[in-house]
Design a binder for this molecule. Structure first.
Ligand SMILES: Cc1ncc(COP(=O)(O)O)c(C=O)c1O
Length: 453
């Protein structure tokens, strides 16, 4: 029996393996709940590259769950580490109290990260990582006697999670408009998606480096002495895969350096091997002052996030009396033992299987298959790729934006493929254990589906 065939059949996988008696009580996140209940898509088991749904159908995971299961599903080493830790010590407080694992994990993460990102603050999600990084940025300026630097600059179409900080610097209108004014003193650069000039680029788009000059303009508008930090995703994932033109991130770094502004990379999606290096900062050769991560940190097995902080930023908080708390911030579950155990085992799997650089080896094969989809449908208006990330953008149906994308999601699932959609953009980001045969199957199924919409 191959590993893929070993996924338990429905009813054999214990609790949660069959459809629930009622679906009334769980208010699902980012979901059209009433539509979903009429035609549910219920996953019940997972192993390696595959899910199985409650009806027993095998579903190829084209999205690493939700951009997170980079090591694939149910890896025995990770499963055992979590189980062992749960039996050894379920929880430990980390406010003025400690336990060994978060120290060990932070040390391992420091080795993976670019210098000088030498310090790690643990959170439980990408959203918490973003809010943590924004707070550290503002507090850092205050600690250095520049308390007037409180403004934050994000970017249109950015996704930085759903906390008030994250939606304020984020740039997705639907995520912002329902929830009031958000943080004061936030402005946004333009995004770098330019289908008019860059459609069907392979890899990074040629045009748009000049958009980095938006930062210079905003800095002048607000006055440099008021700005604390700039936050960007090196590659925007959730908005439908938006890539930086060559030189764009480097230019942001230069402008931040010139005006004493901190640069934060949100690597919640790009971190842990997605683009062929441990972090996108390394692949792009641009090092931020802070880096937010989550998802691939534990391969999605246990919720965990982290903020990498540079030596220079960390040092400013270590100047007060030794007995004074240096950062008034933290979560009950910062450095949770189960999450640490999962993360340490995940890092072992990444290292042993070379997964953090595997995307580099597969990138060309991936791009070939993805771009070959272009002929599958006349409605395809762009295809974008980088590392093991792909996006196919469809023209919206008149008067029904998002309908075509949703149809692809639905039909692909029924056909045996998990994809992610944002509006009419289909995004792909398979587990990094993906093999060529999976890539072939993925694009073959997606091509068939695209032909029908
Ligand atoms: C770049 C980025 N930042 C933050 C988040 C939020 O992460 P979480 O859903 O774990 O809060 C996401 C989630 O997709 C993300 O893509």
């Amino acid at each position: 029996m191959s590993r893929d065939d070993a996924i338990p059949a429905p009813g054999q996988a214990g609790p949660g393996s069959t459809a629930p008696a009622s679906m009334d009580a769980f208010w699902m996140p980012f979901t059209a709940n009433r539509q979903f209940r009429r035609s549910p898509r219920l996953l019940a088991a997972a192993e390696g590259m595959y899910y199985r749904d409650v009806e027993g159908r095998q579903i190829l995971d084209g999205t690493a769950g939700l951009w997170c299961c980079n090591a694939g599903h149910a890896r025995p080493r990770i499963v055992e580490a979590i189980a062992r830790q749960a039996a050894t010590m379920d929880f430990a407080p980390h406010f003025q109290m400690g336990s060994p694992l978060p120290f060990e994990l932070a040390g391992r993460l420091k080795e993976l990260a670019p210098r000088p990102l030498d310090h790690v603050f643990f959170t439980n999600s990408g959203s918490e990582s973003v809010d943590t990084a924004l707070k550290i940025a503002i507090a850092w300026h205050r600690a250095r006697g520049e308390g007037q630097r409180t403004k934050l600059i994000g970017r249109e179409k950015a996704y930085h999670g759903v906390g008030f900080g994250g939606i304020s610097v984020g740039g997705l209108p639907n995520n912002r408009k329902w929830f009031g004014p958000g943080l004061p003193g936030v402005d946004h650069m333009r995004h770098t998606l330019d289908i008019g000039r860059n459609a069907f680029s392979r890899g990074l788009p040629a045009h748009g480096v000049e958009l980095a000059e938006d930062l210079e303009r905003l800095v002048q508008l607000h006055d440099p002495s008021t700005i604390a930090a700039v936050i960007v995703e090196p590659i925007s994932g959730s908005a439908g895969v938006i890539l930086p033109p060559p030189g764009y991130l480097k230019r942001l770094r230069e402008i931040c350096d010139r005006y004493g502004i901190l640069l934060i990379f949100d690597e919640v999606i790009t971190g842990f091997g997605r683009v062929g290096a441990p972090f996108a900062a390394q692949r792009f050769g641009v090092i931020p002052d802070m880096m937010t991560v989550a998802k691939g940190l534990t391969s999605g097995c246990v919720p965990m996030g982290a903020v990498f902080v540079s030596d220079r930023v960390h040092e400013a908080f270590m100047q007060g009396p030794e007995g004074a708390i240096d950062l008034f911030h933290g979560y009950t579950y910062s450095g949770h033992p189960l999450a640490c155990a999962a993360a340490l085992a995940t890092l072992d799997v990444y290292a042993e299987e070379g997964l953090l650089t595997r995307a580099l080896e597969l990138e060309d094969y991936w791009a070939d298959g993805l771009h070959a989809l272009r002929s599958a449908s006349p409605h395809i208006i762009d295809i974008r790729n980088y590392g093991l990330i792909g996006a196919v953008e469809l023209a919206p149906r008149e008067g029904a934006p998002g309908a075509r994308g949703y149809q692809v999601l639905e039909q692909a699932f029924r056909r045996g493929l998990l994809v992610r959609t944002t509006g009419d953009t289909i995004a792909l980001s398979p587990p990094l254990i993906v093999e060529r045969r999976h890539i072939d199957d993925m694009f073959s199924m997606l091509g068939e589906v695209l032909a029908t919409v």
